[in-house]
Write a protein that binds this ligand. Structure first.
Ligand SMILES: Cc1cc2nc3c(=O)[nH]c(=O)nc-3n(C[C@H](O)[C@H](O)[C@H](O)COP(=O)(O)OP(=O)(O)OC[C@H]3O[C@@H](n4cnc5c(N)ncnc54)[C@H](O)[C@@H]3O)c2cc1C
Length: 401
C-alpha cells in the first residue's frame, strides 16, 4: 500500500517509477488483507492523530474517487458507505469534547436513531457517524494505483542491499546483480526498510539509529453471508461498524464472488508470524459481542469451524503509532526517502504519505501544515536519538484501526 501510493503520487507528477517488489504477486504483506476501513479518528481535543487521519482519509477518498472515474476501481473494490463508530465506554473517550465541531465540519456527527437501530444498538449508546469513511479492498486498491501510466512493476525481485554513489542509488539482489538504478529511492518495504538501512549503515562508518519498527500481528475472521440463517442476514448492519475492531458485511472476499462478512482484528504485539489460528477466531467472536452485542449471538453459526475463514498479517508499527515518511538523513544519504510504519492505518494514511514524498521531491507545498508534518517525518527518530533534545514519545501509544 505504501509503495503503490508513493509510486502513484510520483507518476501523477510525471516521474517514471520503477517498483521493485519481492513477492511474485501483489498483496504479499499486510496489504493483502481482504478488506479494511478508511475512517477518521476523533478525539475530544482533536489531537494530532485525529487531524492527521482526517487529512489522510480525505486523500484516500479523493484518490479512490479519481481511480473509479478512470475505470481502475469499481463498486466491488470500495464503497463510500459511511462508518458508524460505537464509542465503547472505557475504551474511547466521550466524543462530545469541546473540539467536536472540528470533526463535525469534516462529516463526523452523532449517529442518528435510525443509524443506531440499523446497527442494532440502543439509542442511548454513544456512537458517531462518519460520513467521510469507506470500506476498501486493499489488493484491488494497490493494483489500481500500480496500473497508472509511468509505473513499471517488477515482481519477484528481492532487494538484498542498496548502495549509493555520485550517480544515485543502486538496488542489488542476493546474487549481487543490479536490479535498478535511480536518482531518488523510496524504501516502502515495511520491516525490510530498517534491514536495508542497517545494511547501508554497516557498509559505512559512523553510528546509525535505525527506525524502531515493531511487528503487530492481526487476524480477521470472515465467512459467506448466504451461509448465515436468513434472520441473521436481515440483522447485518447495512454499513461498517468500528470502535472495537470493525465489522463489515456485503463485500466479496478475494477469490470469491459471494458477499462475505468480516470481523477483525486481533492485536498481538511482537509476533512476526501470520498463521491463521482458531483461538483468534474466538477472540474476534468476543470482540463482536462488545462491538455489536445484539448481533453477536446470531452470528455464532458463522464462527463454526466449517464456516469461518481467516486471514492474518503483520502490521509494521512505530512507538508513536504514526508512519515514518520522507528523507531519513539528507546530508548522509541525499535522495533516500522512506515510507513505512503504516501500523494499523495504511488505508487511511498511505496516500497522504505518498503525497508528502512526491511534494518533497517536487518542492511543492506539502499536504499537511508543518506542525502536523513534523509528526510523520522519518527524521524524528534519527534526530531524537542523535540529540536527545526532543521530548520522549510514549513507548506504546494506544492502538486501534
Ligand atoms: C489484520 C489486519 C487488519 C487491518 N485493518 C486495517 C484497516 O481496517 N484499515 C487500515 O487502514 N489498515 C488496516 N491494516 C493495516 C494495513 O494493512 C497496513 O498498514 C498496510 O497494509 C501496510 O502497508 P505497507 O505497504 O507499508 O506494508 P506491506 O503491505 O507489508 O508491504 C510491504 C511490501 O514490501 C515488499 N518487500 C519487503 N521487503 C522487500 C525487499 N527486500 N525487496 C523487495 N520488496 C520487499 C513486500 O513483499 C510487501 O509487498 C490492517 C492490518 C492487519 C494485519
Amino acid at each position: 500500500m505504501a509503495g503503490a501510493a508513493a509510486a502513484f503520487s510520483l507518476a501523477q507528477r510525471g516521474w517514471w517509477v520503477d517498483v521493485v517488489e519481492a513477492a511474485s504477486a501483489l498483496g504479499a504483506g499486510a496489504s493483502g488483507l481482504p478488506v479494511g476501513l478508511a475512517a477518521p479518528h476523533v478525539s475530544p481535543d482533536d489531537n494530532v492523530l485525529s487531524r492527521i487521519t482526517r487529512a489522510g482519509v480525505q486523500c484516500t477518498l479523493e484518490r479512490a474517487q479519481a481511480l473509479t472515474q478512470a475505470g481502475a476501481l469499481s463498486a466491488q473494490d470500495w464503497g463510500l458507505s459511511g462508518v458508524l463508530e460505537h464509542r465503547i465506554k472505557g475504551q474511547r473517550e466521550d466524543p462530545l469534547g469541546k473540539r467536536l465541531p472540528q470533526a463535525q465540519a469534516h462529516g463526523s456527527t452523532r449517529a442518528s436513531e435510525t443509524q443506531m437501530a440499523a446497527a442494532g444498538l440502543p439509542s442511548d449508546c454513544p456512537a458517531l457517524w462518519h460520513s467521510q469513511a469507506a470500506w476498501l479492498r486493499p489488493r484491488s486498491w494497490v493494483a489500481a494505483q500500480l496500473a497508472a501510466p509511468g509505473i513499471r512493476l517488477r515482481l519477484g525481485c528481492v532487494v538484498q542491499r542498496i548502495s549509493h554513489s555520485a550517480a544515485g542509488w543502486a538496488l542489488w539482489d542476493a546474487q549481487d546483480q543490479l536490479l535498478s538504478q535511480t536518482p531518488a529511492l523510496v524504501l516502502a518495504s515495511a520491516f525490510d526498510t530498517a534491514a536495508l538501512l542497517q545494511d547501508l549503515a554497516n557498509q559505512e562508518s559512523g553510528a546509525f539509529h535505525n527506525l524502531p519498527l515493531h511487528p503487530l500481528r492481526g487476524q480477521i475472521s470472515f465467512g459467506r453471508v448466504d451461509a448465515l440463517p436468513a434472520a441473521t442476514q436481515r440483522q447485518l448492519p447495512p454499513f461498517p461498524v468500528n470502535g472495537h475492531g470493525s465489522f463489515i458485511s456485503g463485500v466479496t472476499a478475494p477469490g470469491h464472488e459471494a458477499a462475505h462478512w468480516f470481523i477483525g482484528s486481533t492485536f498481538e504485539r511482537d509476533c512476526a508470524l501470520a498463521p491463521v489460528r482458531p483461538q483468534d477466531h474466538l477472540a474476534n467472536q468476543a470482540r463482536l459481542s462488545t462491538l455489536l452485542p445484539s448481533l453477536a449471538p446470531a452470528m455464532a453459526q458463522g464462527f463454526e469451524p466449517e464456516q469461518v475463514q481467516g486471514w492474518a498479517g503483520v502490521r509494521c508499527t512505530l512507538p508513536d503509532r504514526l508512519p515514518a515518511v520522507g528523507l531519513i538523513d539528507p546530508v548522509r544519504w541525499p535522495g533516500l526517502q522512506v515510507c513505512t510504519g503504516m501500523g494499523a492505518r495504511g488505508i487511511s494514511l498511505a496516500v497522504l504519505c505518498g503525497e508528502m514524498i512526491a511534494t518533497q521531491l517536487e518542492s511543492q507545498p506539502t499536504p499537511l501544515p508543518p506542525e502536523l508534518a513534523k509528526h510523520l517525518a522519518a527524521q524524528r527518530f534519527v534526530k531524537r536519538h542523535a540529540s536527545r533534545l526532543s521530548p520522549k514519545l510514549p513507548e506504546r501509544a494506544p492502538i486501534s484501526e
